[in-house]
Write a protein that binds this ligand. Structure first.
Ligand code: BGC
Length: 745
């Protein structure tokens, strides 16, 4: 009877559709119920167990005998196993040689491409182009799903405001609004509208939650924030992913409110299930159940597993805690059969939606794999997205370079590095497929041009022995292009830095080249905002290219040779130095806002408050002029939203794309409100001389927040509406939100 009640309860949740994805039919639901009835406790625990295969790992591997476990029905999901043949064989073992024949679920970190590697996620986010981001995820899914995979551990939707944290490279930057739109685009791209289609994967919103706020930017470090900050700034992209239909969530390594995320009933049940109605499954991050012991909230693994399952974890990644201890916990009554059943059902539901019970081999197709991987169209798309991700930070007119009659000195440790182009988490991407800037320029420059190449120095270290050759090349050239930055492994997981400068002697090299009198174009490759005021002072032009992927070299060449007009905008603030961190546009005003001539206002003695490059910033090869913005009315209300318009004109002589940004400030609230919040943006393409009017609509929902009593809603009063090309160069008008009472949307 108790079992029946559980099923009914679970079914109630199943039938709450998220997004417009197909749900289980009654027949499929029944099939799963019957299967659950047949399962032994050990087989059930197997479904809650995820092990890595021996392909590659991201931490200590606890187990080497996953094949035996498959045969014994003791593992339901495998990660890091890929390619059609290999996964087909593992699947065969599970389907044909185990008692119940339940298909395996194969996961992998397909973060910015499977084999055709796109720019790192932060780079793609700099495109602000939601369609391009969605298409990138589609390509990644198509390739991965042909190589035997069902599930990607992406998108990573952690907001981060600390460039020291290496994983800032994996997300969408600092802003919850932009981060939410990008989270939706990525989920749509990976999952499509049919989970059973053979070119889609299920997505995973990670790392739930607040991982991006690790203290001092040190990976895995403690997180401590107010609930209001959590809800305003860190949760929205997760909720957006959920509303877009994401089928899995991954826990975070960090603690929050004193409880490690993998043991947080508050996060995994109260918010995720009860408040948000999530009906997919929750996987832990790698061994994070075990890590609750060093966190100091449990004494041993058995207790850790009990805490995790009770909190709302469904699947244990690599920790073998459920595998080793859950049976005993059940015997002791520390967990219930119903809890285990619920987790099993959530996982079987997704396997069913993927179509694995119909055809467990549908995602392992050697021929499709061959046709799909590195397909011409995928490489072209990767090149296009890479171009769109690049941000022109400075240009005194030296760019674009002409393709003909030019002598170019290409210098720097990253000019010909295939491996670095791929960035961290490059899945099955191979360095040998990546095309460097050197190769691309050789290919794209006209015969009348000459390309000289000198490495100059390494990314790290003090070795200056390559300087003379680099200086000689620069002296002979019309322009020097310096590809500098970080090595690919300097960002991503476990890659925090305490300095944000260019490592090694790269700055020195830039300065030495500049002294030759030859104009200097700096091409940056890096996975985080860098604090590079001296590069800004020295270089004639700076192009931020992140780690641009397999087609990175041609995409950079497209921009510096003027075949494409750069249109990327920073999704994260670039500080002047590490001491300013955290520095983000959406800060609070304080009681003593900065006044240059008043010492006792909020500022530093040694650096301005302003960033080196603000959020939303980026140049192009043309210029845009904003007219005076206007609001459709002086007031707005719940029933009557206000429209806010501005005319934008291309004042240059090239076609270009502008990202028009809309920010809001709530001037008086029951709690302090940020000085600016992004509430919308529009990308417009303008021919020279062309003008377009861009209109944004502001509703009361857009200005809702967690008020003094933590109720969610808006408050009447004055608002300032801003529009402009970045978070610093803005024009505004004031409007009033009228109502006698506060409202709860
Ligand atoms: C990372 C996750 C990743 C997992 C599996 C962990 O170390 O934190 O983001 O998905 O490994 O590779």
């Amino acid at each position: 009877m108790r079992f029946l009640c559980t099923i009914i309860l679970v079914l109630g949740v199943w039938y709450t559709p998220q997004a417009q994805l197909p749900e289980l039919t009654d027949e499929q639901a029944k099939q799963i119920e019957e299967l659950l009835d047949d399962m032994t406790t050990e087989e059930k625990i197997g479904q809650l167990t995820l092990f890595t295969s021996d392909w590659d790992v991201t931490g200590p591997t606890l187990r080497g005998n996953y094949k035996e476990d498959i045969l014994a029905g003791k593992v339901g999901a495998i990660f890091n196993a890929h390619t059609a043949d290999y996964n087909r064989e593992l699947q065969r073992m599970s389907v044909e040689e185990t008692r119940l024949g339940i298909p395996l679920l194969f996961g992998y970190d397909v973060i910015h491409g499977y084999k055709t590697i796109f720019p790192i996620s932060l780079g793609e986010s700099a495109s602000w182009d939601l369609e391009a981001i969605e298409e990138s995820a589609q390509v990644a899914a198509a390739e991965a799903a042909a190589a035997g995979l069902h599930w990607t551990f992406a998108p990573m939707v952690d907001i981060s405001r600390d460039p020291r944290w290496g994983r800032i490279s994996e997300g969408a930057g600092e802003d919850p609004y932009l981060g939410s739109r990008i989270a939706e685009a990525r989920v749509r791209g990976f999952q499509g509208d049919d989970l059973a289609a053979t070119n889609t994967l299920i997505a995973c919103a990670k790392h739930f939650a607040a991982y991006g706020a690790a203290q001092a930017g040190r990976d895995y470090h403690t997180v401590d924030m107010s609930e209001r900050v959590l809800r305003h700034d860190f949760l929205p992209p997760f909720k957006a992913a959920l509303d877009a239909g994401v089928q899995s969530f991954m826990t975070a390594f960090n603690e929050l409110f004193g409880v490690p995320a993998s043991g947080s009933h508050y996060l995994l049940t109260e918010i995720l299930r009860d408040e948000w109605g999530f009906n997919g499954f929750v996987v832990t991050d790698y061994t994070s159940i075990n890590e609750m012991i060093p966190h100091g909230v449990v004494a041993d693994e058995k207790e850790a597993g009990e805490l995790a399952l009770t909190a709302g974890v469904d699947m244990d990644m690599q920790g073998a805690v459920f595998y080793n201890h859950l049976r005993q916990s059940l015997k002791e009554g520390k967990v219930t059969e119903a809890q285990i059943d619920q987790a099993v059902m959530r996982i079987l539901r997704v396997k069913m939606l993927l179509g694995l019970f119909d055809d467990p081999y549908r995602y392992s197709d050697v021929q499709r794999q061959e046709e799909t991987i590195l397909a011409e169209a995928h490489l072209e798309k990767a090149r296009e997205v890479a171009r769109k991700s690049m941000v022109l930070l400075k240009n005194n007119g030296v760019l674009p370079l002409s393709k003909s009659g030019q002598k170019i000195a290409l210098i720097g440790p990253l000019a010909d590095s295939q491996a670095d182009l791929l960035g961290s988490w490059h899945a099955a991407g191979s360095a040998e497929d990546a095309i460097t800037l050197k190769t691309a320029l050789e290919d794209m420059l006209a015969p009348s041009s000459t390309l000289l190449h000198a490495r100059g120095c390494e990314v790290e270290g003090e070795d200056r022995s390559g300087f003379p050759e680099a200086l000689a090349a620069a002296r002979q050239a019309d322009v020097a292009v310096l590809a500098v930055g970080e090595n690919w492994w300097m960002s991503g997981e476990a890659a925090s830095r305490s300095e944000l400068d260019l490592p090694g002697v790269q700055l020195e090299l830039i300065k030495a080249i500049k002294e030759t009198g030859t104009p200097v174009v700096v091409v940056l490759m890096n996975g985080r905002p860098l604090a590079i005021p001296e590069v800004d002072e020295t270089a004639d032009a700076i192009l931020e290219t992140w780690f641009a992927g397999t087609m990175g070299g041609p995409a950079i060449a497209d921009i510096i040779l003027g075949d494409a007009n750069p249109s990327g905008r920073l999704p994260v603030t670039f500080p002047r130095n590490v001491g300013q961190v955290p520095l983000y546009y959406s800060m609070k005003n304080t009681g003593r806002p900065m006044e240059p001539n008043n010492k006792y206002t909020t500022k530093y003695l040694d650096v301005p408050n302003t960033p080196l490059y603000p959020f939303g910033y980026g140049l192009g090869y043309t210029t845009f002029e904003y007219g005076e913005p206007s609001a459709s009315a002086e007031t707005f209300s719940e029933k009557n939203p206000v429209e806010f318009s501005v005319k934008v004109r291309n004042t240059g002589d090239r076609a270009g794309r502008e990202t028009v940004q809309f920010y809001v400030r709530d001037l008086v609230g029951s709690v302090t409100r940020p000085v600016l919040q992004l509430k919308g943006f529009r990308q417009i393409d303008l021919e020279p001389g062309e003008t377009k009017t861009v209109t944004f609509t502001l509703t009361t929902d857009d200005v809702a927040f967690y008020r003094r009593d933590m109720s969610y809603g808006w408050e009447p009063g004055d608002f300032e509406l801003f529009v402009g090309p970045n978070a610093q160069d803005l024009q505004s008008v004031r409007v009033e939100l009228t109502s006698n009472k506060k409202s709860n949307p």
